[in-house]
Structures are given as C-alpha cells and as structure tokens.
Design a protein around this ligand. Structure first.
Ligand SMILES: *Cc1c(COP(=O)(O)O)cnc(C)c1O
Length: 472
C-alpha cells in the first residue's frame, strides 16, 4: 500500500477516535485510555474531549434503559479504544456492587425528587464513578503490563470510594491523603480499616487544600510521577466525570419534560457532569449549584468574580473546599475553549486569589447558585423529615435547601450525595431522633486501623510513597 492511502487511513482514524486535549493547550492529544491514566495533564490543565458529541438523536432509545446499560452507552461513545464487550463487563460488574436493584433509584417526595446515589460500597455518590474507574484502570494496566499507583486527596468520601474501587486489584496500589481530624470519624474508619496491603492512608496535619496542593505538586514532579507509576483517581479524572454524566441522563429521561437538578457542590465535579450532559443534549433545564459556607462558587456564579476565602469547617465536610479542582473545565468552556485566556485566568487567580470573567455567566448556561449556611442545612433536614419521613445527610440537605429557593423549576431532582448514616451527629440532631444508622458502618467500630500521620510537606510525603509504590 502506498503512502497516500496510509495517510488517508490515519486522517480517518483521527476523525473517528475521540482525542483528549488539555484546558491549558500544551499537551499533545491523548486517547481515552491515556487520558484516564494521566488524570491531570502534564501542562497542569484538565483533560477534555476535543469536541463534545451530541446525544440528542439517541435519547429516545435510551429512555427505557436501566442505569447500567445507559452508562455502557455513554462509556462506549467516549472509550472508543476499549472493545464494547469489555466496557459492558466493566460497567455491569461495577454496578453489581450496589445494594439497590435500580442502582441510582429516584424517590418521589412530591415537589422534590431525590436521586439516591449512595447505594455503593462506601455509601456515597463517588462509588458511582470509582467502581467503574478501578476496573478501567485494572483493564488498562493489565493490558499494558504496567503498574499504577493511584494518589488522591480527599476531604472524606473520595478516599474511601477510591480505596473501595482499587483494593486488591492486580497491578495497583492506592495512596490517600486526608486532613487529620477534618473528616468524620466514620469516614476515617471506612478508609483505615481496609486490610488490603495495596491500600495506604496518609493523615495530613493540615487542611484539605494542603492535601490537594501536595497531590498537585507530586503530579507536577513528572519524573517522580513516571518512576512510581502514579495516576489520579480524584474528581478531575475524566472517567469519573463520564460515569456521573450517565446518571444525569438517566434522571432527565425519566420525565417527559426538561428537568432541573439541584447539586450539593464542593469540587465542581458532580455538577460539571450535569453541565456536560446538558451540553450534549440531555433535556436539562437548570442546574442549581448549592454550596455550604465555603461559598466561592456560589459567589462566582452570582458575580463573575472567583475570589478565594478562608476554608471553613461545616457539617458537610466533603464540601469544605475553596479551590474547586474541576472548575477549570467550566472556565475553559466559558472562555470559548481558548487555552490562552484560561491560562491567564488561572495565573491571575493563583497570584492574586481573585480572577473574574467579564460579563459573568449568562443565563443560558443554565446554572443557578446559592450558598446554604448551617442553620438552613439543619432546617432542611428537619423539615423534610417532618413533612415526608425522609432522612437526608447534611450534604444532600444543602441541595434540598438550594432547590427550595428555586420553586419555579419543576420537576427538580436533588442528587443525594451520601447515606445519612455517614453523618449521624448532625442528622440525628436535626431530626431529633436516632435515625442515621447503617449496618455496614456499625460493623466498622473496633476494627484495626492502618494509617500514617505526616506533616503537610511535599518531600516528607514523597519519601513515604517512594518505597511503597514500587516502580512502574
Ligand atoms: C464529594 C462530595 C461532595 C462534593 O462533590 P463535588 O463533585 O466535589 O462537587 C458532596 N457531598 C458528598 C457526600 C461528597 O462525597
């Protein structure tokens, strides 16, 4: 065969295969598998498909699909370098670990629908993505004969969900940094009682932002990252965003009219998936972004000014975040997919703690934002319980309170981020009864724990990881 047909074939394959590019524009395009393994792009940006497909002409066929089958369709569209049969195995076995036959059931509470995303192994919505991601990683690592050590920062639920996705998997290890004393006691037990030898829990004497900063710095140390086969599983990983996109589609397709979603938000991961689902044609009207007192995102969507504040501790610790790692993807789209403009925004923010988008965020982006303080969060839990006997955790309660501030948008689905039993103190206090229990969590007390306490210092953390990671 001559050169010309070869080039033609290349051009055709490039057109057919989805390629992933960095928001900062300085990373060569990657395949799906490479994008999943890479996590954070080498240029410091976040990976996105070169172009978003439209699902508009598939929606009618997808209406009747059970959630796992819809998730297969979404992954098949984006993971075009993995055979479909393998994707089916990965996705179906991931959701077979869930304790509810519908996986992500919708509960009708009258003017509010609640989508329960917490029936996975660790009782939080992150299982929806991480049960798939752990299996995707194992598939890729096994096929390539390499080793992957997942490194992530968690403010609570990411860590246990990453551990649950990776524990015992071939060719893999997992290192989790979390802020000592700033997760709930149960969240810590869920991480530190896992006995598998490929699991390493690192308690950092600092804040979640310290943990996130250290993880980012380690990933930016490209030699260290390559030598020890490190990859990310935290919410910037593209495969996580995809899994979440599937439940927005699934929820929206349960209704005959466009629906709105209310989303308790910290790192902008969950709601980003909704934004992308909407951009790809899902019949979504509004996305209500609810923050706790750490309200940087609520302020941004109200004013166009992104300005860092003090991290405050709240009863919804998984949302105690000031610098939202996934927000960069939204800014990239908002700035017209212009890496130079995005770079300028991020550089200004890093240097001054403030950056702005001229003209703010127009209404047709579909995002409404509000901050919910602790009294309003407690009131949402107690009012919902009094009205319907339904118990929500404090993160979900932020979403419930946020939804109630936009009553004109119906139907409204509030995403339930965690099982209430993960946060028994505030739930029981709000409701006035001991209602927040789950047998899985009751069984953790008294189990042996494995963790290492380290200062918030890059070199110390690297010195801990190096001998335990092995070499890729
Ligand atoms: C992670 C988490 C959140 C925040 O989700 P983001 O994707 O970071 O916005 C909210 N609630 C719970 C229970 C979580 O685990």
């Amino acid at each position: 065969m001559g050169a010309a047909p070869g080039r033609l074939l290349d051009a055709l394959l490039q057109f057919l295969n989805m390629r992933y590019i960095s928001t900062r524009g300085a990373t060569p395009p990657l395949s799906f598998q490479d994008a999943v393994l890479t996590g954070l792009a080498p240029d410091g940006g976040l990976l996105l498909p070169e172009a978003l497909p439209s699902f508009a002409d598939r929606l009618n066929d997808w209406r009747a699909l059970p959630f796992p089958e819809l998730a297969v369709e979404v992954f098949a569209r984006f993971a075009d370098d993995i055979p479909r049969a393998r994707i089916e195995e990965i996705v179906r076995s991931a959701y077979a670990t869930f304790r509810h036959p519908e996986v992500v059931p919708l509960v009708d509470l009258g003017r509010l629908q609640v989508m329960e995303l917490f029936h996975g192994p660790t009782l939080a919505f992150k299982d929806v993505a991480l049960q798939v991601l752990g299996r995707l990683f194992e598939h890729i690592v096994t096929a390539r004969g390499t080793r992957l050590n997942v490194l992530c920062a968690t403010s609570g639920d990411t860590g246990s969900a990453a551990i649950a996705g990776i524990r015992g998997r071939a060719g893999m290890g997992v290192f989790v940094l979390y802020p000592e004393g700033r997760t709930s006691a149960l969240q810590e037990l869920q991480m530190t009682t896992v006995p598998d030898e490929n699991v390493h829990c690192i308690a950092i004497d600092g804040t979640f932002d310290d943990c996130q900063r250290i993880v980012k710095a380690i990933f930016n140390d490209l030699d260290f990252k390559a030598k020890h086969g490190l990859g990310a599983a935290n919410s910037v990983n593209w495969a996580r965003v995809l899994a979440q996109t599937a439940y927005y589609l699934h929820g929206a397709l349960r209704f005959d009219e466009p629906v709105s979603f209310s989303v308790p938000t910290g790192n902008f991961g969950n709601i980003l998936a909704g934004y992308l689902a909407r951009a790809m044609g899902a019949p979504i009207d509004r996305l209500v972004l609810g923050t706790n007192d750490n309200d940087i995102l609520a302020r941004f969507f109200q004013t166009g000014v992104y300005s860092v504040g003090e991290t405050r501790r709240t009863i919804s610790p998984s949302m105690d975040i000031q610098v939202a790692s996934n927000f960069e993807r939204f800014v990239y789209y908002r700035l017209g997919c212009d890496p130079a403009a995005l770079q300028a925004f991020m550089t200004t923010f890093a240097a001054e703690g403030v950056a702005r988008i001229d003209g703010g965020v127009p209404e047709d982006e579909g995002i409404l934002a509000t901050a919910v303080d602790e009294p309003a969060t407690m009131a949402a839990m107690s009012e919902l319980y009094a009205r319907s006997g339904y118990v929500v955790d404090p993160h979900t309660a932020v979403g419930v309170a946020a939804a109630s501030r936009f009553p004109e948008y119906q139907p409204m689905i509030c995403l339930a981020a965690a099982h209430p039993a993960k946060f028994p103190e505030s739930v029981d206090r709000a409701v006035g009864e001991a209602v927040a229990r789950h047998a899985l969590l009751d069984g953790l007390a008294g189990k042996p724990q494995r963790k290492t306490l380290l200062p918030p210092d890059l070199e110390t953390v690297q010195a801990f990881i190096a001998p335990r990671a092995g070499e890729a």
